[in-house]
Design a protein around this ligand. Sequence first.
Ligand SMILES: [Zn+2]
Length: 162
Amino acid sequence: MVTAANKPDSKELLALLSSVCDPEIPVLTLEDLGVLRNISLDNGKITVTITPTYAGCPAMEVMRSDIETTLTEAGYQQVSVQQSLSPAWTTDWMSANGRQKLRAYGIAPPATTTCGQSTGHIECPRCGSGEVKKISEFGSTACKALYQCQDCREPFDYFKCI
Ligand SMILES: [Zn+2]
């Protein structure tokens, strides 16, 4: 009998890994964030390579164990998660879909395009206004800054470019 354990399928693996979310921003999957670098299969052993968004980000340990749990529960027995630190992750790697999800979640996405060009402005995720003011360099986590919209008056988190 062919089971997941002895015949890993990379498409299925990718689908499973796509269901693993960022512990801090649960609407974003690892794929949306662009942290998923590589999946390799060798004699039934699966090695998943991820690049941490921020060095020392506490969420990475959670992600690592979520990946292991997800694959183990799907029947894969030999799973290891590696970190690749070079090249370093940048917000450019976040997918267009990921940026849309961030906005819908109420967080302003990084003010760069997926090619890394600065768009030069931050928009309120609620009303789309560009009239925004920085309130604090740090929002709910170190990777976000706190802004307030001058039109609808709502405060919001901005995912900083790195
Ligand atoms: Zn607004």
